[in-house]
Design a protein around this ligand. Structure first.
Ligand code: PSV
Ligand code: MN
Length: 403
């Protein structure tokens, strides 16, 4: 017996003694699927600087190659979310083939109506109907691209908002938003989900048109059942109870999915679970209870100083561990404690699960999936980053599509 397997066996024994169905936990972890974002592999930064990393992918094909490596190491990241026009190419058949050949599928497709200079005063809410029309056309084009690539979700985030009181009419903007998205809803296929993401502020600093889960939910309810709310962990005011938002959206049947990341201050887009791992666990406690299938789980991260690939692998591993811990909660005892009004017992039951070191179980399941027991160590020792650095930083072949 190797030291790793003896640690695993000790964990299995102690979980068994606690009444945990370990086989079921292993099955659930093996079925976990996380989408990683193509945009998280390329260079990113702050408004102060972008530090270019050696070996970073230069086009969507290389971003897909890196996403496949994260899946190979973790066994849990079989889909790549795309962002357009950042991932635009001339030949989508070629892109679809490359994604399938890499062993991946396409996750949510993210339109981009926030960078074109025309969108200075908004996209779908712009006072100018011609600019609203242009934004809608891009959204519909992304819907067609999604269909062509086999994706079943359009993930919508609007930077729209105003910076000054009086800049525009708040109700008129809401009406334009509702009208534009109703046209998108009508023009998109029945199997495509519309995920509506909200964000408190940035780039708008006075009134963001979709600032919170309430404004997103009202919109989704008006649009129809295919429209659901997407929760990005960095998009709330400080102190907001995100797990409660998750619980309410589940109850309303309108939780579409997540953009996982972490933050200390604003929309920091840091490694998942790095700053507030307990919040991540509590979110999974809401998701995992009740036997419902998990919603779409996507990472939305932006790396400034940390090595990108390792950061992405760390996020997937943190998600695996958090999910497994949430499955260890003794639900029966918890509901008994809650009904009996036993405040401290209820809290303690969550802490019992959260404090369990589940790493040996995650390592075991990854090995069974054909992934790495220790994905970070394997990434470091494999030479993948060094090889890609050599190849990508010296290759002068023209790239396909946008970089
Ligand atoms: C906006 O801050 C956001 O969270 C949206 O999801 C965008 O698509 C993404 O970040 C771009 O990085
Ligand atoms: Mn996001």
């Amino acid at each position: 017996m190797t030291p790793a397997s003896s640690t695993y066996q000790a964990l299995v024994d102690s979980l068994g003694a606690r009444g945990v169905d370990v086989t079921e936990v292993r099955r659930a972890l093996a079925a976990l699927e996380i989408e990683t974002p193509s945009w998280g592999y390329g260079d990113s930064g702050t408004r102060f600087a972008v530090f270019s990393q050696p070996g970073r992918p230069r086009d969507v094909f290389e971003r897909v190659e890196d996403a496949a490596e994260v899946h190979r190491l973790t066994g849990t990241a079989p889909a790549v979310a795309l962002h357009f026009p950042w991932d635009a190419v001339d030949d989508y058949g070629e892109l679809a083939q490359a994604i399938a050949a890499a062993g991946l599928r396409v996750g949510a497709v993210n339109p981009n109506v926030f960078q074109d200079p025309d969108y200075r005063l908004g996209s779908i809410t712009n006072p100018d109907p011609a600019i609203r029309g242009k934004a809608l056309e891009h959204l519909l084009e992304c819907s067609r691209i999604a269909t062509g690539l086999g994706s079943t979700a359009l993930s919508l985030w609007f930077a729209d908002g105003t910076n000054y009181p009086g800049q525009d009419d708040l109700r008129a903007r809401r009406e334009r938003l509702e009208q534009g998205l109703a046209e998108l809803y009508a023009g998109s296929p029945a199997e495509q989900e519309l995920l509506v993401e909200y964000k408190l502020f940035e780039p708008a600093f006075y009134a963001t048109d979709l600032a919170d889960w309430g404004s997103a939910l009202l919109l989704c309810l008006a649009l129809g059942p295919r429209a659901r709310v997407l929760v990005d962990l960095g998009h709330h005011a400080h102190g907001v109870n995100v797990e409660q938002i998750v619980a309410l959206l589940i109850r309303a049947g309108r939780l579409g999915g997540f953009h996982f990341n972490n933050r200390k201050y604003a929309d920091d887009d840091l490694i998942v679970g790095s700053v507030n791992p307990f919040e991540l666990f509590l979110i999974f406690v809401e998701l995992a209870g009740g036997g419902r299938p998990l919603p779409r789980l996507t990472i939305d991260q932006s790396h400034n100083v940390e090595p990108k690939l390792e950061a992405m692998v760390r996020s997937v591993v943190n998600l695996q561990e958090s999910y497994v811990k949430s499955l260890l909660v003794d639900r029966t005892a918890l509901s008994e404690a809650q009904l009996a009004g036993d405040v401290m017992r209820g809290h303690e039951l969550l802490l019992d699960a959260y404090s369990t070191d589940v790493r040996p179980l995650c390592a075991q399941v990854r090995a069974e999936l054909g992934a790495a027991e220790d994905p970070i160590a394997q990434l470091r020792s494999s030479g993948y980053v060094e090889q890609r650095t050599q190849q990508r930083d010296s290759d002068t072949t023209p790239l396909k599509g946008l970089t």
